[in-house]
Design a protein around this ligand. Structure first.
Ligand SMILES: [Mn+2]
Length: 323
């Protein structure tokens, strides 16, 4: 990893002319934290860079340094003809949401891939992937340590945001000793723990919690599968102002349940899909395998899938009805 880090740093500081920094689509705290920290690092090294994502960042993440610079128009790829593309927290280019935009480049760019997903397809010329890391920002923290990148306060806040959101504020099984150590160092370097907690966790709304109430009230336990699950239908959301973030919160909250090792939340999306979120906090349980059976993927402890269809109650269980 040492040599690889130096190679990446050398490419960026001596060869790269037009760099684009790409968090994955529907950015979460980790991908956007990593990308915004990387932008700071590039600028400290006098490397010009653009922050681009296929979709806009949620209001909850606008507090991140440089987040306001995020652009979503693909035309910028046509205009700028980037020679270097840096990806963060994305297993492949399609998941990143950059496949179409990349087509607009006339010459093949140098791809740099920073990630911690064990499903990462190593699609870059440089693949700085550490599957033991709690977050992509922990991966970047280690990278900066190798190349001597100074951890300024804005960088610390961005990196800490990724660590906190991917570990559920240092509570889920991704919370390793190295994650806690990195967290402590980032707070010391000026990372704003209180702001991150305020914007990303203490941000629930009345409508959001009402939806949690509906979902939690219909909790179903399947002891034979060691599974607890619930569903959120379009009808549940009618008349409520709720975001994907409110829904995501349900599965993360449900892992506090002691009666089942596997948590699943099924949600109907606006465009006719059923999105499943799987969670576990137990060693020896791999929910990414379950997600893979439905064409999805992710981490061993947190994964997801999406299938075309809708939810129906049948014989005391919710089933996904496909057309
Ligand atoms: Mn991540």
């Amino acid at each position: 990893m040492q040599q690889l880090a130096h190679q990446i740093h050398a490419h960026l500081t001596t060869h790269a002319k037009r760099v684009v920094v790409v968090p994955h689509k529907n950015p979460d705290g980790d991908t956007l934290g990593a990308a915004t920290a990387f932008l700071e690092y590039l600028r400290a090294n006098n490397v010009q860079a653009t922050l681009w994502c296929k979709t806009a960042a949620s209001v909850a993440l606008q507090f991140l340094p440089n987040a306001h610079e995020l652009k979503s128009d693909p035309a910028i790829w046509e205009r700028e003809q980037f020679d270097t593309v840096c990806f963060f927290d994305a297993g492949d280019i399609i998941f990143a949401g950059a496949a179409d935009a990349m087509q607009l480049l006339r010459t093949r760019p140098t791809i740099i891939n920073f990630d911690h997903h064990f499903t990462n397809k190593k699609f870059g010329i440089y693949n700085f992937v550490d599957t033991a890391a709690a977050s992509t920002t922990e991966v970047l923290y280690n990278y900066f340590g190798i190349v001597g990148g100074k951890i300024t306060a804005p960088i610390a806040t961005s990196l800490l945001a990724g660590l906190m959101t991917d570990t559920g504020n240092f509570s889920n099984p991704a919370t390793t000793e190295t994650a806690l150590a990195a967290g402590a160092m980032l707070v010391r370097a000026g990372g704003n723990y209180a702001a991150i907690l305020g914007y990303t966790y203490r941000n629930k709304t009345t409508d959001g919690l009402k939806l949690w109430g509906t979902a939690l009230s219909r909790l179903i336990i399947k002891p034979e599968m060691d599974l607890a699950y619930t569903v959120i239908t379009r009808a549940d959301m009618a008349g409520l102002k709720v975001s994907d973030n409110d829904v995501e919160g349900v599965s993360n909250f449900m892992v506090a349940l002691g009666e089942a090792k596997i948590i699943m939340v099924l949600k109907e999306t606006q465009d006719g899909f059923v999105k499943g979120s799987l969670r576990t906090t137990h060693e020896g349980v791999d929910v990414s395998e379950m997600a893979a059976q439905f064409g999805g993927g992710g981490h061993k402890k947190a994964s997801g899938f999406s299938v075309k269809g809708k939810l129906e109650m049948k014989g005391g269980d919710w089933i996904i009805v496909t057309e």
